[in-house]
Ligand binder design. Structure first.
Ligand code: SAM
Length: 367
């Protein structure tokens, strides 16, 4: 079947149920991910004018790399599968575009060649590609993870094994997953004296996606490690706190309800987006993108999110408090009127971030 996205039209095989068993994988639901990728590539080139090379490391049909090539990136498409690389060639030709196509294990390629921007969009976890991707990236590493159950602690042992961190299944699970992924990527880069800082990250439709900008040097890598730490969370009253450092220092019990606390980490506690970059990416979302409206809305929410390592869900809180939920705008206004910082989040329509703790939120939003 033919698929048009952005400025290109590609051929992809009909996909049996959820892409499983197809000759070459294609997921139409990832169009938003790809539209934002193209906008981020455009914005990144304005931010760092010397960049020109882009590697689509796990290309499948090549749709991502073909779109990068259509945006004048000197593109390499790599896949381990013969059918995939043959389709990449056809899809480049169909769009009258030139790019290098490699049938290779991406790890081998990324260990031997470096690219300004590397994109790793694999099945499930990106961790098997992480070391090579750090070696093969000069400036910006874009990573997708679709293994949300291990990342957010729903599949605990698998999360511990893959990410070398303790994930906990909290009510802010998508953010937990994002911060576990970021922690693993930051620690991987730090092994090579590289600081990997997220300048854009979003958790959307069962995947986490992040764009990590690299800076080289032991000192800056140490600064990144300093932004790792632990979140302590009470499943009962939903109180939580965090502390920086690689040695967890949890309070004995929840200071509000005295129940047992769960600790997750080391997770990334720093910013997951750079608001200036998010706004530059939004400016690069263009009309020909199929998800332009959705992308703009997502980026606007991301850009306005306040910088806290966890978020709350108003419905979950109100249920605990035995109180009816109210319109989000009014709820957030009440927090602001009480002097707290507060914003919606992209993690869900009833989610918010604030610097108030759970007791303060309850008081500030009571009728
Ligand atoms: N990026 C694509 C898109 O936007 O449509 C989807 C990629 S698909 C989820 C993952 C691809 O990774 C598959 O085509 C698979 O053949 C490829 N792959 C798996 N292991 C690989 C490896 N070690 N090196 C390179 N490609 C690999």
């Amino acid at each position: 079947m033919r698929v048009s996205e952005g400025r290109v039209t590609v051929t992809v095989p009909e996909q049996p149920e959820a892409g499983k068993g197809a000759d070459v994988f294609f997921n139409p639901v990832q169009e938003l991910n790809r539209d934002i990728t193209v906008a981020a590539l455009r914005a990144y080139r304005e931010r760092t004018p010397r960049v020109s090379t882009y590697l689509d490391a796990t290309a499948a049909s090549g749709i991502r790399g073909v779109r990068a090539a259509a945006n004048d990136w000197e593109t390499t498409l790599c896949d381990i599968d013969d059918d995939a690389t043959a389709l990449c060639e056809q899809n480049l030709e169909r769009n009258d575009l030139a790019a290098s196509v490699r049938r290779s294990d991406a790890n081998v390629l990324m260990h031997s060649e470096a690219f300004d921007v590397v994109d790793v969009d694999p099945f499930g976890t990106p961790i098997p590609f992480a070391d090579a991707a750090v070696q093969g990236t000069k400036h910006l590493l874009c990573v997708t993870a679709t293994d949300t159950a291990p990342l957010c602690g729903a599949h605990f042992e698998s999360g511990v094994r893959s990410y070398g961190a303790v994930p906990r299944n909290t009510e802010f699970h998508a953010e937990m997953g994002m911060r576990v992924l970021l922690s693993a990527m930051v620690r991987t880069a730090a092994r090579y004296d590289i600081a990997a800082r997220p300048i854009l990250s979003h958790a959307t439709k069962h995947y986490a996606r992040t764009y990590l900008e690299f800076d080289h040097g032991a000192k800056v890598a140490n600064d990144c490690i300093d932004e790792l730490g632990y979140v302590h969370h009470c499943q009962h009253c939903l109180w939580r706190d965090h502390d920086y450092g690689l040695i967890a220092d949890p309070p004995e019990d929840c200071p509000v309800c005295e129940k047992h606390l769960q600790t997750a980490g080391p997770i990334w506690l720093g910013r997951t987006c750079e608001p200036e970059f998010v706004s530059a990416v939004s400016e690069q979302v263009s009309e020909e993108m199929g998800t332009a409206d959705e992308a703009k809305e997502l980026l606007a929410t991301l850009g306005a999110e306040i910088d806290t390592p966890t978020h709350y869900d108003q419905h979950r809180l109100c249920k605990r408090w035995g109180r009816g939920a109210e319109a989000m705008d009014e709820f957030i206004e009440k927090l602001r009127d009480a002097g707290y910082a507060a914003s919606r989040t992209h993690y869900g329509g009833t989610t918010f971030k604030t610097d108030a703790d759970v007791v303060e939120i309850r008081e500030a939003t009571a009728d």
